[in-house]
Write a protein that binds this ligand. Structure first.
Ligand code: ADP
Length: 501
């Protein structure tokens, strides 16, 4: 039966696996984000260099020219004593000193000062007069409304102003600074910006790839180990080193491993125990059936005795199978709780009635103390099974006096307690927590009227946990045990409110 279940399960798991949406790996995601971000920053840098650099340099050059020119103009108009009457020399000196070209022009653009530089060299090396006629008209235009002008001319920055060297005369001061150097500098910077950006981008690319790898490595590792775990290797250890979340994930996976390992161990034990307990009655049944055939077939008394053994062992098998089925059904959640309001007082009496034959035939005495009218929302069938198991155990394990005490009493305004006490050997302290485990049977299991399968308390535990009820056992070894269950009392006022179990 279990093998067909397994067969059905396998494809379901596979299906769930394939249904998973195709996701991009974190490594790729991180890498892409880092790369795009660095690309964006680099682009921003390049663009700002391209656009702003030229403008900034030009503004700075213009400002510098303006400041220098103001000083130059002032010096020309108020020459130091040495340069009085040596205007051309002064202009030469100021030109060299300030790295600019200085001319004093007349109204038509003819160079008045410095003398001897009003010529340029043509290809043959002969002097030709410098022609400022175009420049002077532009300058005059600009000086119409203002005293000084600062503007960008043909490959140079120009400062111009109207000056008066003699009485009633009108000359123009023309100071220019070549833009060549600025252009060279900005060009060099631009080329450098592009190459630096390319380098930075490649570096960012490599760094982002390394960082993404570093960040995702533990996740990939954990994935590998989780698969190992799924294949049944419980020796794997999960480590999450560098971040809180990773550590938490690793802890959770380690916890899952421990739980899986426990379940696996219990399953193996269960299988071993179940096979053993199936084998014993089957061997008995076979042996006694053979005995009937070979020996006691003609002896009605013996035959009946042997047949009775077969019936008893078949009963044992049936109850074992029944318990196993109940447990697997309850645990797998096939049967969800069907809650209804139950009069637990009447119901407990009814369950006790099922033990009447033991009282009548085997001298057991069940002493009851049941308070009437205690109601609770429960799954009637499952709770009935749990209480039956608890009473059954008490009968099974009680002492020589064959007495069992069952009580149902309100213990708090909204709680009533079911308890069943026996006078048997009790349970050792160290076994108190393990008796609820599947297939746990104490080494001192007794053979009594209610035959045990080792699954009774596991059923009780599963049912009560599903109801979220408080339950437990108090036991003193050698004096007996008391198992109890606390039910939330449904009084007349609260009766209408359904619990959300
Ligand atoms: P079983 O079918 O063996 O009774 P249970 O799951 O009902 O299985 O109980 C598990 C074990 O707990 C028993 O084998 C027994 O050792 C112990 N146990 C349960 N109830 C009692 C009790 N009332 N007194 C002493 N031991 C008990």
């Amino acid at each position: 039966m279990s093998s067909t279940k397994e067969k059905r399960k396998t494809p379901r798991v596979k299906k769930r696996g394939t249904r998973r949406r195709r996701q991009t790996s974190i490594y790729l995601l991180l890498w892409a984000v880092f790369s795009v971000l660095s690309l964006f920053i680099v682009l921003l840098f390049v663009i700002s260099q391209q656009v702003l650099l030229n403008r900034t340099y030009k503004t700075e050059a213009a400002q510098e020219l303006n400041e220098k020119s103001t000083r130059i103009e002032h010096t020309i108009l108020n020459p130091p004593p040495y340069f009085v009457g040596r205007r051309s020399e002064l202009l030469q000196y100021l030109s060299n000193e300030n790295d600019v070209q200085i001319f004093i022009l007349d109204d038509e653009g003819k160079v008045l000062f410095p003398h001897g530089v009003g010529f340029d060299e043509d290809q043959t090396g002969a002097g030709i007069p410098l022609d400022f006629s175009d420049e002077i008209s532009v300058l005059k235009n600009k000086l119409e409304t203002q005293k000084t002008a600062l503007y960008e001319g043909d490959g140079e920055f120009v400062y111009g102003s109207k000056i008066s060297l003699y009485e009633d005369s009108q000359e123009y001061l023309y100071i220019s600074k070549s833009l060549h150097l600025v252009q060279t500098v900005t060009e060099t910077m631009r080329v450098r910006a592009v190459s630096t950006s390319a380098f930075v981008f490649v570096l960012a690319f490599a760094v982002s790839s390394a960082v993404s790898g570093w960040l995702t490595r533990p996740i990939t590792e954990m994935g590998k180990k989780a698969r190992q775990l799924a294949r049944g290797d419980f020796d794997v250890d999960f480590y999450g080193d560098y971040s809180e979340e990773m550590v938490e994930l690793a802890d959770a996976l380690n916890f899952a491993r421990d739980e899986l390992s426990k379940t696996d161990k219990m399953q193996k034990e269960l299988l071993a125990n179940v096979s053993h307990d199936f084998k014993t009655p089957l061997t008995m049944i076979k042996a006694y059936a053979s005995m009937i055939i070979e020996i006691s077939g003609d002896n009605p008394e013996k035959r009946n005795k042997h047949a009775q053994v077969i019936v008893d062992e078949a009963d044992r098998l049936a109850s074992l199978v029944g318990d196993l089925l109940d447990l697997s059904k309850i645990r797998s959640g096939i049967n969800a709780l069907k809650l209804s309001l139950v009069d637990m007082s009447a119901y407990t009496e009814e369950i006790l009635g099922r033990f009447a034959y033991l009282q009548e035939t085997q001298g057991y005495q069940i002493v009851t103390d049941i308070q009437a009218g205690l109601n609770a929302y429960v799954d009637e069938v499952k709770i009935g099974q749990a209480l039956y198991n608890l009473i059954g155990n008490a009968v099974n394990y009680t002492g020589e006096d064959k007495r069992v005490y069952v009580s149902l009493q309100q213990i708090e305004p909204d709680v009533f307690r079911f308890s069943v006490r026996d006078t048997g050997k009790g349970i050792k302290q160290e076994e108190l927590s393990t008796i609820w485990d599947r297939y746990y049977r104490s080494a001192e299991t007794h053979k009594r009227p209610v035959k045990g399968t080792g699954l009774g308390l596991s059923i009780v535990k599963t049912v009560l946990e599903k109801h979220r009820f408080v339950f437990g056992v108090d036991s003193e070894y050698g004096k007996g045990s008391t198992f109890y269950v606390d039910f939330p009392l449904v009084s007349d006022e609260t009766e209408k409110i359904q619990p959300n179990a």
